[in-house]
Design a protein around this ligand. Structure first.
Ligand code: SAH
Ligand code: SF4
Length: 358
């Protein structure tokens, strides 16, 4: 598994993406390639973790070395292009601009137990789910580990807070950008870096089965969320094209294996769409499929997205779903909606910005 540590800047230089290095990798490179003492890497790494955006800001390093470093390396940043704050609950949504002019979104939510950030892992997404704004705008490219870190650092700096939880539920399919996402997870949870523990991280996937087996072997203590959204192949293939490649039986087999092997509870996401997947029969089918698995179901009233006619299920349907699932000993809760006035679910702001620009 390799992660590219260099990027091609707009001005045409190929420079190395310093924020995608681990401290150990940077130390090795400083010593063997740049002839620098090991402690210099530690010094630079500390600044990078603090979120500096240029080598100029590294004030305890000589000007000459700062110049040398800026010819070899590039510091990835996520620049705030737009910021929306919810008047209801102070949820903040960012549209960030990347070095090549691409846009991504992140959302910061303030819960009782601290700040949670929802970050993007790709610019766009290839998976094309019919209810999702990101899926509708197509795919541009994968994010680097440093670009995932930069979303957290920019938000922390702007809001003057420390983020304690991360969910990989923004734009993109994390397991479709596997190597970069795993590298990011290792960097962000490292004691040398932002030091956000794996137990405070959730990764959400639409269900790339082979990658779920790979992730299981990484032995990470994170929470795996699986976007299920349907109890059978017929409905799931209609809304989630990925189901045609990995049918629900294979997906749930992988989930059971993951839960059994890691001992960690899987979180199933289920966006309730009125008249599509919210009948009593759907709840019973779901209950039968999940029975006996170490899991929890998060019911999410579907967010309306421009260009489709999906409607949220009514509250009585949500309650009924929970009641039926409980008969199969499956716990389910309705996820609280935050930032409803700022379209906090990801993909919508980027889409709007792109279409405004055209
Ligand atoms: N690609 C990953 C993670 C990003 S999407 C995945 O699909 O899991 C994050 C979550 O938002 C997923 O559970 C996704 O199904 C859900 N989602 C997307 N559009 C939505 C909408 N319009 N309403 C409710 N949930 C939505
Ligand atoms: Fe991609 Fe997830 Fe949106 Fe599906 S729901 S299109 S997998 S981001």
């Amino acid at each position: 598994m390799t992660v590219s540590l260099s990027v091609l800047l707009e001005r045409g230089d190929r420079v190395k993406d310093i924020k995608s290095y681990s401290l150990k990798e940077l130390e090795e490179e400083f010593v063997t390639e740049l002839n620098l003492p090991r402690f210099r890497a530690k010094q630079v790494y500390k600044w990078l973790t603090l979120g500096v955006e240029s080598f100029e800001e590294m004030t305890d390093i000589s000007k000459e070395l700062r110049n040398n470093l800026s010819n070899t390396y590039y510091i990835s940043v996520a620049t705030i292009e737009k910021k929306l704050v919810s008047v209801y609950d102070k949820t903040v949504k960012y549209l960030f601009k990347l070095y090549d002019g691409e846009f991504i979104e992140s959302v910061v939510m303030n819960y009782k137990h601290g700040y949670t950030i929802c970050i993007s892992t790709q610019v766009g997404c290839k998976m094309g789910c019919s209810f999702c704004a990101t899926g509708k705008s197509g795919f541009s490219r994968n994010l680097t580990p440093s670009e995932m870190l930069s979303q957290i650092q920019s938000a922390q700096k702007d809001l003057e807070i420390r983020i304690s939880n991360i969910v990989l539920m923004g734009m993109g399919e994390p397991l479709d950008n596997y190597a970069n996402v795993i590298k990011f997870l290792r960097l962000v949870s490292s004691e040398d870096g932002l030091n956000i523990g794996m137990r405070h991280i959730s990764l959400s996937t639409c269900g790339l089965v082979d990658k779920i087996y790979e992730l299981e072997k990484e032995n990470l203590q994170l929470t795996l969320s699986v976007s299920l959204h349907a109890p059978n192949n017929e409905i799931r293939s209609q809304t989630m094209p990925v189901n045609r490649r990995y049918p629900i039986e294979e997906l749930l087999k992988a989930c059971r294996h993951y839960a059994d092997t890691t001992g960690r509870r899987i979180s199933f996401e289920y966006a309730m769409i009125s008249g599509v997947n919210d009948s009593d029969e759907c709840a019973r089918e779901l209950g039968k499929r999940l029975k006996g698995m170490l899991c929890h179901v998060n019911l999410i009233p579907v967010n309306n997205v421009e260009g489709n006619s999906y409607k949220k299920s009514r509250i009585d349907r949500q309650k009924r779903f929970i009641e039926i699932l409980s008969k199969y000993y499956i716990t389910a809760t309705v996820r609280r909606t935050l930032g409803s006035d700022i379209n906090a679910s990801c993909g919508q702001l980027r889409r709007k910005t792109i279409s405004d620009d055209i």
